[in-house]
Design a protein. Structure first.
Length: 156
């Protein structure tokens, strides 16, 4: 398995960026370009996921990474919704819609994979912490009821 040293190597980031580039192409010409509010909404929602994936990758703690991957995935879903609205308004062709939707779906799945890996790392850390806590508790044997009541059960 190849070591990933830069967020640009993440497949999720690559698909999210490709989707953002395609959305920009779709909305800068034609009917979508005339609806400034819609154009602004879809441009923002599609631009966020690559940045959020990058930020999540650059975070040290799995809980922080998971947070950004979760938001990126939600932003991809928002973009997919805007793509459908744009198609229903005849801002782009069915072929353009299908290609953009396909990219959004792949980006969501791969980002979901990143999120799942971080959630597993969080669960692993929690298990390890609990095991260390139990090991420490085992080293400090709790006193028996008799010992707590001031009686030494070994002398009786």
């Amino acid at each position: 398995m190849t070591r990933i040293d830069r967020y640009e190597q993440l497949v999720a980031w690559q698909f999210a960026k490709e989707l953002a580039d395609l959305v920009e192409k779709l909305v800068t010409s034609g009917a979508a370009a005339r609806n400034r509010s819609f154009q602004d909404q879809i441009l923002r929602s599609s631009a966020k996921p690559p940045a959020q994936i990058a930020e999540g990758f650059l975070r040290f703690l799995p809980t922080e990474s998971a947070y950004y991957y979760r938001i990126a995935r939600a932003s991809l879903g928002e973009t997919k919704n805007h793509l459908l609205r744009g198609f229903q308004r005849a801002y782009w062709t069915e072929a353009q819609f299908k290609e953009a939707s396909r990219l959004a779906e792949i980006a969501m799945k791969t980002t979901g994979g990143l999120l799942a890996s971080r959630l597993e790392a969080i669960r692993r850390q929690q298990r390890e912490r609990e095991e260390r806590r139990q090991a420490r508790a085992g080293q400090r044997r709790a006193p028996s009821v008799a010992e707590r009541n001031g009686r030494n059960p070994e002398r009786q």
